[in-house]
Design a protein around this ligand. Structure first.
Ligand SMILES: *Cc1c(COP(=O)(O)O)cnc(C)c1O
Length: 325
């Protein structure tokens, strides 16, 4: 296994620290946060860890161009643009919807970083990747494709190594965490954490909060399951997983992807005003709301140490603007 063969893009380890003010709101619980919003790559986020492996692969394959896809406010696309700038690669982003009159948030930043942006209308999840790849190849470009959300085996390695980092912080801080809450959407963050916990022998419970309402039953679980099986093979990990072993809480996705409700807004405001930490309207605001809901309804036993894994997303706040007031 080689977790060291990667292109450095971020500042690691990211901080892990207590949320002392917020913990006072929930007597009997000790709350902590892991700051992957502070990875340092063009305002940070969880895609930085995946991109260290994905960009290394593009360079190993002698590519000069990268294509990836996402929503207009994709944090993954913004971080990919920045990673490509550092690595000297031409970056093409396929973004769903039509060209907006005003650029803001992640779209503004991706453009600023120099990505070539293609608006793809109804094709929101990278359906146009292959045709763009063919076009670029006709121009003699050597293209590396990074899938939607950076979620393939290489992307998964990012969160396997994140668990190695976490284990070291547990040792240094003499900390035992009982539950980890985080936003799960394209699969590699969750799959990497699951494999990482088994690989490095870390005992805790994952509570992934589903963000993107499933098109079909079990959609994300199947993606995570597939990534787990690929990783298992890659690391010769001797453990049987079944689809039923994949945790995923779907209680908070009802309003749909990117739809800000009072719940997300109030959780963003709560953390901002208690701890001065900024969440985002799409992913972490929703996952954080999910965590607070567990605490309010006492779905977790008192005395537990709970970690919120902040996965980034800051720039999207600017796109949502007045809806957050
Ligand atoms: C992409 C993203 C996630 C979800 O990570 P996946 O690996 O796609 O499941 C969570 N939070 C933020 C801010 C993201 O940009």
């Amino acid at each position: 296994m080689n977790l060291n063969h990667k292109f450095n893009l971020g500042f690691f380890p990211t901080p892990l620290h207590p949320l002392n003010n917020l913990s006072k709101q929930f007597p009997g619980f000790s709350l902590f946060i892991k700051r992957d919003d502070q990875t340092g790559l063009a305002s940070g986020g969880n895609k930085t860890r995946k991109l260290e492996y994905l960009i290394q692969k593009a360079l190993d394959d002698n590519c000069d161009s990268v294509i990836t896809a996402g929503a207009q406010q994709s944090n993954h696309c913004r971080q990919t643009a920045a990673a490509c700038a550092i690595a000297g690669l031409e970056c093409h982003l396929l973004l769903g919807g039509d060209k907006p009159k005003k650029y803001n948030g992640n779209l503004l930043l991706s453009n600023l970083i120099g990505a070539k942006i293609h608006f793809t209308g109804e094709n929101r999840k990278g359906e146009d990747i292959e045709s763009l790849k063919k076009r670029l190849e006709l121009e003699n470009k050597n293209v590396s494709v990074i899938p939607y959300g950076g979620s393939n085996l290489l992307g998964t390695l990012g969160y396997i190594s994140a668990i190695k980092e976490l284990k070291q912080q547990f040792i240094e801080q003499n900390l035992k965490i009982d539950y980890i809450f985080f936003a799960s959407s394209s699969g590699a963050t969750q799959a990497g954490m699951m494999i990482g916990l088994d690989l490095f022998g870390v005992n805790t419970n994952l509570i992934p909060i589903n963000i993107d309402k499933a098109e079909t039953e079990g959609y994300l679980e199947n993606i995570v399951f597939d990534l787990i099986n690929q990783s298992k093979k890659y690391f010769n990990l001797n453990k049987e997983y079944t689809l039923k072993d994949i945790p995923l809480n779907r209680d908070f996705d009802k309003s749909g992807y990117g739809k800000l409700t009072k719940s997300e807004k109030n959780s963003i405001i709560n953390l901002a005003r208690s701890e001065g930490i900024l969440l985002d309207p799409v992913y972490t605001g929703r996952a954080f709301y999910g965590m607070l809901d567990y605490l309010r309804k006492s779905k977790i036993k008192k005395g537990s140490n709970i970690l919120f894994w902040h996965t980034g997303g800051l720039p999207a706040n600017f796109e949502y603007g007045n809806r957050l007031i």
